[in-house]
Design a binder for this molecule. Structure first.
Ligand code: C5P
Length: 132
C-alpha cells in the first residue's frame, strides 16, 4: 500500500482544490494537493514538501481530518488528509493547471479523483459546520 498525503488548505471559509493537468494520469480531475510519502518522512514533512513543490507556499500541518483507501488497479493507495494553514509565499501552480477555492455549496460541482471523493465529502461537512 502506498501512503499519500492530501492538504485541506482552508482560508476565509473556503478550501483550495487543484485540477490535474490534461495528459497526466487522472487528467482534468480535481484533488487535494499532496503526494507520496517518501522513506523516512512523516506525513507532516511530506505535506510541507509537496505543497512547497506544487503550490510554492509554506504551510504548517494541523489536525488529521480523514483518510481514503482506494485501489487504482496498479496498487492500493492510502490517502491521508490533514488540515493545513498557509504561512507565507505567493501561490503559484507548478504541476496542476487550475485551482479553485470552494465552499460547501460549490465543492459538489467539481469532478474529483476517485480517492479524493470521500475526502471532499468530509471537507464539505467541515465547511458546513463552520457556518452554523
Ligand atoms: O503526487 P504523487 O505522484 O506523489 O501521488 C501519488 C499517487 O497518489 C498518484 O497516483 C496520485 O494519482 C494519487 N493521489 C490522489 N489524490 C491526491 C494526491 C495523490 O489520488 N490528492
Amino acid at each position: 500500500m502506498r501512503h499519500v498525503t492530501a492538504a485541506v488548505l482552508l482560508k476565509d471559509g473556503k478550501c483550495l482544490i487543484a485540477k490535474r493537468r490534461t495528459g497526466d494520469a487522472l487528467e482534468n480531475l480535481w484533488e487535494f494537493p499532496g503526494g507520496k510519502i517518501e522513506d523516512g518522512e512523516t506525513p507532516q514533512e511530506c505535506l510541507q514538501r509537496e505543497i512547497r513543490e506544487e503550490l510554492q507556499i509554506e504551510v504548517t500541518v494541523g489536525d488529521f481530518l480523514t483518510e481514503s483507501i482506494y485501489d487504482y488497479g496498479r496498487g492500493v493507495i492510502r490517502l491521508m488528509a490533514y488540515i493545513v494553514t498557509w504561512q507565507n509565499g505567493n501561490l503559484r501552480l507548478t504541476v496542476h493547471d487550475g485551482l479553485a477555492w470552494v465552499d460547501r455549496n460549490t465543492i459538489t460541482g467539481y469532478p474529483f479523483a476517485p480517492a479524493d471523493i470521500p475526502i471532499a465529502a468530509k471537507v464539505r461537512d467541515l465547511l458546513s459546520a463552520g457556518e452554523s
